[in-house]
Design a binder for this molecule. Structure first.
Ligand code: UN1
Length: 495
């Protein structure tokens, strides 16, 4: 019998001290083996939250007064800690979240890359200088931190998304109170430990683990100066409304219903490989995952056959096993919600174009597995557009297909969504590419690569109702994590 690692202890990080919680027990389980507890502790109470906000509030001015290069050096040291420990952290991430070991280790390294990017912010321009219409004057635009920033993060990237919010928050001189998704608390503890080991001063980052109500209490807190969130559309909109009611800026990165568009001249093997990865890697649990496929009717059958051939070799199972491509959903509620979405789509006229194999769900200790599923939606334009699988984000391994008569119609179908996060276009024709850039209304457009994936040095975020507030990453991050002061600068003796 293999020896299971014992459950790690969950604690909260407040004002530089690791504290036990006082609320109900909170445990994260392995979604591939729900009988296995990965980490356990007690939830933080609102009293912990209050002290976390007070600690951040007391710490931020000194942190903001620390040179940006010194703040960055802490982030760069934390990146080194994650790189050093990425094998172990990757295994913990795969056991707690359910993505494959390769993806999990990759995510830890990605978090390190993000910390390094913001760690070097001191070497980049720190504002702007304008001419003045008056003699003897220059106009400067300088940036200042918001103060105490709340960070609320989702389960699907337990360390990379926290890093891409916390790193810019800290680099620009804010102090943070962080509430991670309660399904992946261990990786949150690991990121906080890495920053503590790197020498982050006490109070600058505070971690409180608990239920969603803790996130609501955070946005309602009178001493909060900003809140950044990634997660579901419903919760994001509620937090944004609560922030607006208090005059607190909110950045919310929410839903997607991202389309891959395969035109008739595409390299079909390349497209099939990329659509497979976009739709099914991480079990489709990415806001950037490909959940809609628009394929030119002239190549649709050929393309779908190539996709099926690849899906036949796509293994679903324990994500820490070799040879597995896709793990479970995060929990039973997620698996049930995806299942009922598929049932509704079928009842509305969708046809099962492919369904893979997944470990049995009858085993009481079995994981929250679902098979990779491809649905072909009704050809009738109104019925296709109205189908649940075309409109709603399932956040699971389900791809919905519609056929288009040429590029023009394909782009129209791709735009048929309230969301506009990312899209992927497959074509070899530069004229079609230029047309896609003009016509497809998304925040992130991939040409001949899958709809997911993002580099830290360029903006990330959606068009339409996918996001609220400034975009993330790259030069965009400062739009949320700082405000500007415009300085009319004149000498004392402008003669
Ligand atoms: C990616 O495409 O690699 O929650 C990252 C999400 C996004 C991150 C996607 N905010 O899935």
């Amino acid at each position: 019998m293999t020896h299971l690692p014992s459950a790690a202890e969950l604690r909260h990080y407040i004002n530089g001290t690791w504290e036990e919680g006082s609320g109900p027990v909170l445990a994260s389980v392995n979604p591939a083996r729900p009988g296995e507890t990965v980490a356990q502790g007690r939830q933080a109470s609102t009293e912990h939250l209050d002290r976390a906000v007070a600690a951040a509030s007391g710490a931020w001015a000194a942190w903001a007064g620390t040179p940006l290069h010194e703040r960055g050096a802490v982030l760069i040291r934390a990146a080194g800690v994650l790189e050093r420990d990425h094998e172990n952290l990757g295994l913990e991430l795969a056991r707690e979240e359910g993505k494959t070991l390769a993806e999990a280790k990759g995510e830890v390294l990605r978090a390190a890359q993000i910390l390094r990017y913001y760690g070097n912010e001191g070497d980049r321009p720190a504002g702007e200088v304008f001419s003045s219409p008056r003699r003897g004057e220059r106009i400067l635009v300088v940036r200042k931190p918001l103060g105490v920033v709340g960070v609320v993060t989702p389960f699907n990237f337990p360390i990379a998304i926290p890093a891409w919010k916390i790193a810019p928050a800290l680099a620009y001189g804010n102090a943070v109170v962080w509430k991670p998704a309660s399904t992946v608390p261990l990786l949150a503890v690991r990121l906080a430990e890495a920053l503590a080991e790197a020498g982050l001063p006490k109070g600058v980052l505070n971690l409180v683990i608990g239920p969603g109500s803790l996130g609501s209490a955070l946005v309602e807190h009178p001493r909060l100066d900003g809140l950044t969130f990634t997660g579901s559309t419903g919760i994001g909109r509620r937090l944004a409304a609560a922030g607006a009611a208090r005059g607190v800026p909110v950045q919310a990165e929410m839903g997607g219903k991202n389309a891959a568009i395969v035109l008739r001249d595409a390299d079909l093997d390349l497209a099939a490989e990329q659509v497979l990865l976009g739709a099914f890697r991480s079990t489709g649990q990415k806001c950037t995952a490909t959940s809609r496929l628009v394929v030119d009717e002239q190549v649709a059958d050929d393309f779908l056959n190539r996709l099926r051939t690849r899906l036949d070799a796509w293994m679903t199972g324990d994500p820490t096993d070799d040879g597995v491509h896709m793990g479970p959903l995060i929990n039973a509620a997620a698996a049930n919600s995806v299942n009922s979405g598929v049932e509704t789509a079928l009842s509305e006229g969708a046809v099962l174009a492919y369904q893979g194999k997944a470990p049995g769900s009858r085993d009481p200790d079995g994981g929250f597995f679902l098979p990779a599923t491809v649905l072909e939606l009704p050809a009738d334009p109104a019925a296709g557009a109205a189908n649940t699988a075309w409109r709603e984000e399932f956040f699971g391994p389900v791809l919905s297909v519609r056929r288009a008569a040429g590029a023009g119609q394909a782009f129209e179908l791709a735009n048929q969504s309230e969301f506009g996060l990312s899209a992927a276009v497959f074509t070899q024709d530069v004229t079609r590419v230029l047309d896609a850039v003009e016509r497809i209304d998304v925040g992130i457009l991939h040409i001949n690569s899958e709809s997911a994936g993002a580099d830290p040095h360029v903006p990330f975020g959606g068009a339409r109702k996918s996001g609220y507030g400034p975009k993330e990453q790259g030069g965009s991050a400062k739009e949320f994590f700082t405000h500007t002061t415009t300085v009319y600068l004149r000498g004392g003796n402008a003669g």
